[in-house]
Design a protein around this ligand. Structure first.
Ligand SMILES: [Zn+2]
Ligand SMILES: [Zn+2]
Length: 340
């Protein structure tokens, strides 16, 4: 075949040899401007329909690359974008690409202006509009929820949501409200409420109960519900001294199925079922255990100074215990026990 422009006999494309074909041809192109939304609330950018958290420069360069069009037959090997600010909202971007066309390595360039526009992402518009699908009601068995348990639980929920929202943008905490008897946490989704209620139940041995309320119709005509997850936090915490069937134990582990109790005095470990856990009574919170000065140690026993009257007292310790200068002790009916 002969090139219709230069007459050389070669393989032709649209009647032209590769040199004439490439000469002056625009191999890649970009729109004259690209508008990119930035959420006015969280400053995330919308690229290819998705809201993403990105450095502004990366977002500008990425959106330019995402809009690159290339002629048929050109395979892009690598492409880089370089941006420079014209003002706060307008950025000039040039894209340089290396590609392969008909077995030949070619270089190409294109330019655009990325304009940043204000928007509000769906998550922020929901969050700002106090949208919620589920409520976690944190309560205790008593009339009031202890401040410490409340703060612990709220912290736990906040941390979990922060973690989960880094991979799922639809997850957020709408509101935390102190209410008589406890605290309500309003959540963006039903599945989040369900998951957190289960986690709190597993981690703290809390009892949970769910209820639903019809609040309207979805766009597709199906019923729309809001769920409430009542989470009754137990008074005990891990490592507290607890009473169970008139004996004192250290609560040494809690799992979703059972708890392990270490009996004070002989250090025997007993496992109790989940259903027995509500009968545990807190005797001394772990942070309220007394600190006793250790006077001497022997196998299976130490001598301590009574923290209140400074008399010396012998208490049993596990045979393999490594006792320092201070030991945790609990006073159960005027008898001091070492708490492992
Ligand atoms: Zn030619
Ligand atoms: Zn946002």
């Amino acid at each position: 075949m002969f090139c219709v422009r230069c007459g050389k006999e070669k393989e032709t494309f649209d009647g032209l040899c590769i040199d004439c074909f490439l000469n002056g041809k625009r191999l890649i192109s970009l729109p004259a401007h690209i508008d990119m939304e930035r959420c006015a609330n969280c400053e995330e950018f919308r690229i290819s329909g998705q809201w993403v958290k990105k450095d502004a420069k990366d977002a500008i360069e990425d959106i330019a690359l995402s809009q690159l069009s290339v002629i048929d037959g050109l395979r892009i090997i690598s492409a880089g974008a370089f941006s420079s600010a014209q003002d706060e909202r307008n950025f000039f971007v040039s894209v340089d690409a290396d590609g392969e066309l008909c077995g030949r390595i070619v270089k190409a360039e294109a330019e655009t202006v990325v304009r940043i526009k204000n928007g509000v992402c769906q998550r922020c518009s929901r969050q700002l509009g106090n949208y919620y699908e589920a409520t976690l009601q944190i309560r205790s068995g008593k009339k009031e929820l202890d401040d410490e348990i409340r703060d612990d639980t709220v912290r736990y929920v906040r941390e979990r949501i922060e973690n989960m929202s880094s991979v799922n943008r639809q997850i957020f905490l709408t509101k935390v409200e102190e209410v008589p008897g406890g605290v309500d946490m309003l959540l963006s989704s039903i599945s989040l409420g369900k998951a957190l209620a289960k986690e709190l139940s597993d981690a703290y041995g809390a009892e949970t109960k769910e209820s639903s309320k019809l609040i309207g119709k979805n766009d597709d005509g199906s019923d729309m519900y809001r769920m409430t997850y009542l989470v009754r936090m137990p008074e005990y915490h891990l490592n507290d001294v607890v009473m169970f069937e008139d004996k004192a134990y250290k609560l040494s582990s809690i799992t979703k199925d059972n708890a392990k109790l270490t009996e004070l005095g002989n250090f025997r470990v007993t496992s109790i079922r989940r259903s027995q856990m509500p009968s545990l009574k807190v005797h001394t919170r772990n942070e309220e255990l007394m600190k006793a000065t250790v006077v001497s140690r022997s196998k299976g026993e130490i001598q301590i100074l009574h923290p209140r009257n400074y008399s010396t007292v012998d208490v049993t310790v596990p045979e393999d215990a490594d006792i320092g200068d201070i030991a945790d002790v609990a006073d159960v009916d005027d008898v001091l026990f070492y708490v492992p």
